[in-house]
Design a protein around this ligand. Structure first.
Ligand code: M6R
Length: 607
């Protein structure tokens, strides 16, 4: 979580750092701070709250520094106060450190450092780092940083500046991402390329264990043994730069509206001659065809996509599929025989628990395939094979277009597996792909008439609690609808299989409790409608997501969110959209910060 930004060059460092931090705020927004080196003297400024608040206070001071580091925090150790905000310094205030990750042995290190007279001023795990560097400063700043890191356990990305070496910034990556941006007479450092896009397209991703020394005119990279490494310079393409809000009031709304484009692009790139194509796949077909079990592991919205994927993989590819929440998977000592494929799903590609799930599978000598959005992210790089979903940059903390891209990829992958396992007739595959290609038009129609979601949101905005139910592939959509609602509107919302309501949750239904029923036309519509009636007869305000023209189903509901007709398999890609819109509109009416909901962050790099 947390965002790191660094700059050395001829511009005003404060301006560059604040711009980068604002772009990294989706990683955490509990507090923000910068350390600036001006004429050899270190100045640290920090604030609890948003980057904009820090920017206001810095504006008054007018620093001219041309080198500095900055941080936007998602609190782990210590409350989100100014005292705990980064950068943290040593006792003399001459070394400043920003950190993303967790130092697991910080208590032990702190006790040792206190015993030799170091005084701590924060509750963070990070503060041990500048003190450790100070203890070793007689070695020179670079070796002092290396010595400090040798004592640290856990995952971290850090950036360091010091009065002892005012011409250089030092960066270390162990487990948390860091990317260097190359300029002419200036260099940048950030947790993610998003922060670098306004400044440069030439970047170097630090590999795990590497550290770097950046001056205005040079970047040197070393591996964990201290040997120099030739930088592998990548050039970012224009799509990566598409992070502007445009005419939309929020990124979430922009990203909801980008979903037809995501499916259209996926169809153009991954459907050829009536079959799905994965040109980048290096796992041989013979190996994929022989898989006897797929274990999907993911978190949050990506886990919900995995649940839809189970339905596809079992129905289309005929392969037994289990879907695990990564934070459980990694600790449950799973039974995994050699013919198991571990399929990881992650928008960010950095979710700590998912990454550990990949490592666990590799440790058991299993094949690891991942569906990832952020290219060259840790999960992509550590899996045997990464398939990029191509959703484009997703900024809103509430994931929308990435969910659609994940489900789309799972659908195409299941068709691919079904083909190479000789389960599906070519004509059937071609028909399914034709239907997939039609989805963007249906999505656009849905998005062009948001009035129903607006009206219903006005009716439910004061609810204390809500339920979302569905069967089959609509069950994960119910979970996803509930997650979107609670995440951004702060209304308690729970998703259930429709048949489960009467096994407990029905006791919570009171007069007017909103129950959203995901009920497209499929083999279980009548069953789901009965469950809606059971809730309604106990006073629930029932909102149905039903297929256009399905008057019989619609007549049961107090309100209806209609979706265009689609084959049963593809309905999740449509039913999710009105639920995204409903959550969005409800959150806006409640005055919530839609793109940056409280306590959350976009990229969850701590377990
Ligand atoms: O980047 P990932 O897909 O691995 O992220 C997983 C979850 O943290 C994420 O989907 C989260 O649940 C979203 N905020 C939901 O909108």
């Amino acid at each position: 979580m947390c965002g790191i930004m660094g700059y050395t060059g001829s511009k005003r460092a404060a301006t560059v750092l604040l711009d980068g931090l604002a772009r990294l705020e989706y990683r955490g927004y509990d507090s923000a701070g910068v350390a600036l080196l001006e004429d050899g003297t270190l100045f640290v400024r920090k604030r609890a709250g948003r980057v904009s608040e820090l920017a206001e206070s810095l504006a008054a001071e007018g620093f001219a520094a041309d080198m500095g580091i900055g941080h936007t925090r998602w609190a782990t150790h210590g409350r989100p106060t100014e005292r705990n905000a980064h950068p943290h310094t040593d006792g003399t205030g001459s070394i400043a450190v920003v950190h993303n990750g967790i130092i697991e042995n910080h208590e032990e290190l702190r006790a040792k450092l206190e015993a030799v007279g170091c005084r701590f001023v924060s509750d963070t795990d990070t503060e041990v780092i500048p003190h450790l560097i100070a203890e070793n400063l007689h070695l020179g700043i670079e070796d002092a940083v290396r010595a400090a890191c040798a004592a640290l356990e856990g995952a971290y990305a850090i950036a360091v500046v010091s009065e002892a070496a005012p011409d250089r910034m030092i960066a270390v990556r162990k487990g948390s991402p860091l990317v260097i941006g190359l300029g002419e007479g200036e260099q940048f450092l950030a947790s993610s390329v998003d922060a670098l896009l306004p400044f440069t397209r030439r970047v170097v991703y630090l590999e795990d264990g590497e550290w770097a020394v950046l001056t205005r005119d040079s970047v040197e990279i070393f591996n964990r043994d201290g040997n120099p490494v030739e930088p592998d310079v990548k050039t970012l393409d224009a799509a990566a730069a598409d992070v502007e809000l445009g005419p939309y009031p929020h990124y979430m709304l922009k990203e909801i509206h980008e979903q037809p484009g995501v499916v259209r692009r996926m169809s153009a790139e991954r459907i050829r001659d009536g079959r799905p194509v994965f040109d980048e796949m290096t796992l041989p077909n013979s190996e994929l065809a022989a898989v006897e079990r797929v274990v999907v592991q993911a978190c949050g919205t990506s886990w919900h996509a995995g649940l839809v994927g189970k339905y596809y993989l079992e129905r289309l590819a005929g392969v037994h599929t289990d879907v695990e929440i990564s934070s459980e998977f990694r600790y449950c000592d799973p039974v995994l025989d050699p013919k198991t494929l571990v399929l990881s799903i992650s928008q960010s590609g950095e979710t700590a628990d998912v990454l550990e799930g990949v490592r666990l599978a590799k440790g058991r000598a299993l094949r690891t395939l991942s569906i990832v959005n952020v290219e060259r992210s840790s999960i992509a790089r550590e899996s045997h094979q990464a398939l990029y979903m191509g959703a484009g940059v997703e900024i809103g903390v509430a994931s929308t277009k990435a969910f659609t891209a994940e489900v789309g990829m799972l659908f195409l992958l299941a068709l691919h597996l079904g083909r190479i396992r000789w389960r599906l007739r070519p004509e059937f595959v071609a028909e399914q792909l034709d239907a997939f290609r039609m989805l963007p038009t249906a999505m656009e129609r849905l998005l062009s008439s948001p009035d129903d979601a607006d009206r219903i949101a006005a009716g439910i905005k004061d609810a204390h609690s809500m339920f979302f139910i569905g069967r089959g592939p609509s069950y994960p959509i119910a979970l996803e609808g509930a997650l979107k609602m609670k995440e951004i509107s702060y209304i308690h919302a729970a998703g259930y299989p429709a048949g489960e309501l009467k096994h407990g949750p029905l006791a919570l239904i009171e007069d007017g409790t909103p129950v959203v029923v995901v009920c497209p036309r499929d083999g279980v519509t009548a069953k789901t409608v009965s469950n809606a009636q059971e809730a309604r007869s106990r006073g629930a305000f029932v909102i149905g997501v039903v297929q256009e023209g399905d008057d019989e189903a619609a007549s049961v509901f107090d309100e209806v969110l209609a979706i265009p007709a689609a084959p049963e398999m593809l309905s999740p890609l449509l039913t999710v959209i009105p639920l995204q819109l409903l959550a969005y509109r409800t959150a806006v009416l409640r005055g919530c910060n839609v793109d940056k909901p409280r306590n959350l962050a976009k990229s969850v790099t701590v377990e």
